[in-house]
Design a protein around this ligand. Sequence first.
Ligand code: FEO
Length: 385
Amino acid sequence: MKNITKDVYYVGVNDHDIDLFEGQYIVPNGMAYNSYVIVDEKVAIIDTVDKNFTSQWLNNVKEALAGKTPDYLIVQHMEPDHSANIVNLINEYPNIQVVGNAKTFDMIKNFFGDSISFSKLEVKNNDTLSLGAHNLTFIFAPMVHWPEVMVSYDSLDKILFSADAFGKFGALDVDEDWACEARRYYFGIVGKYGAQVQMLLKKVAALDVKTICPLHGPILDKDLEYYVNKYDIWSSYNVESEGVMIAYTSVYGNTKKAAEYLKDKLLALGCAKVVFCDLAREDMAEAVEDGFRYGKLVLATTTYNGEIFPFMKTFVDHLVERGYTNRTIGIIENGSWAPMAAKYIKAMMEKLKNITWLDQVVTIKSAMNKENEKQLDLMAQELLK
Ligand code: FEO
């Protein structure tokens, strides 16, 4: 437990036991589930934490309450990493009022059954709740990252409680760069919903925000422009960094050799940054993050069962389902008897908007030959045009 301002307390927990966050993301530095308490004439708790931290969280809450009884539990997001302890809190404080919107209460019923009885305070978009000196405004942020999500703005301390927005992977007792794990988190978890994040950013721009309190990752109270700018770039699908990503799969090393040839050529021609990614061995979420970070992407893969190699198929799927756009893409395909990869990838990506395909497709039959080297030279030049 710690103070954020005089009346606002952090009561979240760090999770270093988790193997995969949301069942799929590796989190080498763990995960934080943030929760907050505002102690005013009325006392509000903002969100709960993951099911594995019930007693630690309830103790944190008790410490912040210092003998007071909470009046409200504000439920901003019903994903279980934040909602798992709603019923445990109600059991501990039976008179607490649960604040949510119509979708929140539907989800509470779906997760916990309809036999639990509790007092509800249903809010609409932009409704306010006065705690005394602190006035909270609830701003709906559907699909950032679920439909019921709302963020809360405290006009006294100028705090935006931002739900999943501005969150990142990593526990709070580990010091690490914000952008790296926030970007991986964003594109993994919220990346499909750029338009909805843009809508939220527009609403936030109208507020005077001094501190952002997300449900994951550190509390942001300095240089907020930096974080908002990153979110603006990511959610508008703009290019964040200059450079080329070469994402490849290789069975016996021949496709990798061609990808390496292209990498060396690009660097020799002065390319500022080449990200070289073996999709079978690197973290897929990291690869997806880099796919969105840079403006130019080369996909190098083998034909496999008449399609493409599995890790490449997964990677392209991730890009497509998140609305990959505004990018230049080149293809290096390898096939020993019937190369199909370029055709297959283009079909997978045909509905994407604002994609520029490189003229030069490199087709390798088993192993790179002199003609392929010439084609890769041309591809490098085209990428740097
Ligand atoms: Fe952190 Fe969408 O839950």
